[in-house]
Structure formats: C-alpha cells, structure tokens
Design a protein around this ligand. Sequence first.
Ligand code: PGA
Length: 265
Amino acid sequence: METSSRKPCIVGNWKMNGSKQKNFELVEMIKRTVKDAYQDVPTLDLVLCPPAVYLEQVQTLIQDTSFKLGAQNVYCESEGAYTGEIAPEMLVDLDCLYVIIGHSERRQRFGETDKLIARKFVAAYDAGLIPILCVGETLSERKAGKTMEMVESQIRPILEIAPGDAFQRALIAYEPVWAIGTGISATPLEAQTVQAGIRALLTETVPQISQRARILYGGSVKADNAEALFKQPDIDGGLIGGASLDPQEFLLICQAAIKSMSWNK
Ligand code: PGA
C-alpha cells in the first residue's frame, strides 16, 4: 500500500493547566498507554507542550521515550530587558524542540499581531526550533466568506521574512477559532478544504517544499473524530488542547494518526 510521505505529528497543548504532581501523573499515564501500545512511537512525532515553568520537569519525565518537548510561546529577541519573556535560545537550552507560535488565544487575549508573530517565528526558526504556526478564522469571518483570506493574511507575513524552505521544518496548524475548546470541530471536509488552500498557497510561494510541509488541524479534536480528520489528504496530524489532558483520549488520537500513515493519502 502506498503511504503518505509526511510523518504524522500530534501535539498536546496543555495550555495553562497542570501542577508538578498532575504533570507527573499525566506523563506517566501517557507513557504507559502510548508506549505499551506501540513500543514507543517511531512512526509518529508526539510533542508535549506544558506551561513554560514545567518544561524542565516534563523533559526529565520523557527522557526515556521518543516524545518531544514543545513550548507554548516564545519571544523574538535573544536576550535583554524584556521582563517576563523567554528567548528561543533558552528553550533550546532546555532541550525543547518545538514551539507553538501565534495561537489564537495569544492573538486575541494578548494582542499578538501578524507582524510580531512573524518575528517570533523567524527568531524561533533561526535558533533551531520547530515553530508550529497557528492560523484560523473567527466564526464571523467564516460566515462572511473570509476564511481563506484570513488564513492567507496570517501566513503571508511569515513567507515574506522567513527562509524559503522554513516550512520544510516548521509546521502550520489550522485552528478555526470557533472550534477551539468549544466541542464543535470543523468537519473533515471543512478542514480539508482550508488545508488544501494552505498547501496551494505554499505551492504558489515556495513550490520546492509545499508537498513536504506538514499541516495539522486543531480545534476540538477528540478520539471519536480524529480518524475522519486525519484521513483527509492535507491533514498531517493534530494540535490537541483539552483531549491532550486525558491519557485515554490522547492515546486514541495518537492511534488514529499512526493509522493515517497507511492510508493512501
Ligand atoms: P482544543 O484546543 O483541542 O481544546 O479545542 C486546541 C488548541 O487550542 O490548540
């Protein structure tokens, strides 16, 4: 059977949840369920993104696995008078490999602009991290027929300043704002339509890497909808919020992503 050439990726975004005790229990459960099922997960990139203060703890907990560590945010400068911020080099120093950039909660609640997000992306990329760029439209933008326009307006500033092959390493996560934390996922067709549009934008601007770029879907991914989403040709895995805090749900979502490798996508 023909297999997809893009390795699936599942990213658990814990958001502002956890404690030392809860993190320990959650990671141990994920290790037991996921590792028992797959003898570790070489066919899947599995990334855990705890709050920044717990990165070091989680790194220690996953060091005997192939799971990867990710941060939820980063700043665009290497050092200096930026109280409260974290430099990309500091994440690298903690063996953190991935970083979520431009999550809609950061855009909406913390006023992050496309321009700032583009600078963060390039700083993270230059430091050697794997940025996960989040894009997506609000419900009113969707209703106004502006979904693709919004998504493009969030990606183009990055294409303008990032190296042409950045998305060979970096990922894009399409996350419709109305689907995040609401229990209302985009349908597989809705998500696929936008994600095919994102790949078409990459083909137009950076054709040499567009078929290799990985595009995740995020927004109320659960065990019972993961398989139908990951079956879509341009959905290469998921950015998982709520369900990443439940080891059983998370395991089933990982299973769906691993299965997707063998589908003729
Ligand atoms: P959700 O969150 O899975 O809880 O909808 C996804 C995200 O915000 O990344």
